[in-house]
Design a protein around this ligand. Sequence first.
Ligand SMILES: Cc1cc2nc3c(=O)[nH]c(=O)nc-3n(C[C@H](O)[C@H](O)[C@H](O)COP(=O)(O)OP(=O)(O)OC[C@H]3O[C@@H](n4cnc5c(N)ncnc54)[C@H](O)[C@@H]3O)c2cc1C
Length: 372
Amino acid sequence: MRVAIMGAGIGGLTLAQGLLKAGVDVTVYERDPSPQHRNQGYRIHISPVGEEALAATLPSAVRRRVIATATQPGDLVAGFDHQLDSQFEQVFPIAGPDAVTSVDRYAFRRALMTGLDDVLRFGKQFTSYAEGQDGVEISFADGSSAAVDVLVGADGVGSVVRSQLLPDFDVVDIGVRCVYGKVPVTPEVRALAPEAFLRGFCYASGPTGLGVAFAPTLFREPPAEYGDYLMAVLVGTNSLLDASDDELFGMAAPELWSLFTRSVTDWHPTIRALIARGEPDAAFPITLRTCITVPTWTSARVTLLGDAVHPMTPAAGAGANTALWDAARLTQALISGEDLAIYQQEMVANGQKAVTESLQNAERMFNVTIAA
Ligand SMILES: Cc1cc2nc3c(=O)[nH]c(=O)nc-3n(C[C@H](O)[C@H](O)[C@H](O)COP(=O)(O)OP(=O)(O)OC[C@H]3O[C@@H](n4cnc5c(N)ncnc54)[C@H](O)[C@@H]3O)c2cc1C
């Protein structure tokens, strides 16, 4: 069986590892020209669901790389107001030395690429497919094509595979924008940061509805390119941020960081001091999007996983973990020759739970109403 996976993201790479381990003929096609291309985003929380999927799917050498390059486990989720007065705190038992509770997206993807040199093709942008009785013909923007037995769309929230398979599928913009950035953890930042910011995910809510999140990424083994940092995120609607989408998405990274700095002028001096020590060139904006209902379809040869089929807001920390769950379940289905409809049915039920939870959390956290 020849399997083609579109997208070398978190789900696509994990599926490729599982299939390769089982001896399946698999190729991953990624539109980016290299793993370093574009800003990858920063810290991702890995839940027990994601950890279990990784353990079930990855060859042991790859899993060891994932563990080695993950962050040191944290033990806290905490909420504050903008003057750093505590609103809530939840403490967890510290996980064991091999636990993976959060990762840096770039380091994680690099670890998931371990041993995939022969099956990963960069600079291959998928454009369309034609499904026949005996297989699927896939086409790329460079004019090339490939014939396979199964096509997996793991091409993220803007999935081109999905737009052909499910042309009516709606991805909803929830009206919330984020400016992501990072504050390198120097000795000065370590001394300055409240202890909670170095222990786990912390969210400070401002009086106007703006939010600022900090979360530590303290590596066991940092990538060659950079070291420990605090992920810092500014969250708000366009009007709270006082910037239209044209303005926000037209800004260079340092301008975005200036916007972040301006937005917290009246906030606690420690928050301002941390933002002042951020990396202005590392800032980038994102739009929060979700689906409302995870779709179903009929095809014996074309399937989907991860954000391609159930995009969700980051408010439940579940998007990557659900993509990992899908990858583990689809690995099992493809290896055993199970009807893909059974995978689809279970993936939809599991994905819908995560989408609904993330919708409810987003409404509460960001004070928005998400219309179906
Ligand atoms: C800021 C932010 C923070 C998040 N934090 C968390 C968290 O803490 N925990 C969590 O569980 N989830 C989190 N998520 C969600 C998580 O990042 C996604 O759910 C996860 O990356 C989905 O994985 P995926 O493999 O489906 O897609 P992606 O990781 O998005 O990968 C898709 C890949 O497909 C490629 N591609 C796209 N189009 C094509 C094409 N036409 N041809 C070829 N390749 C293509 C892309 O370049 C990309 O490499 C967060 C998301 C964001 C935006």
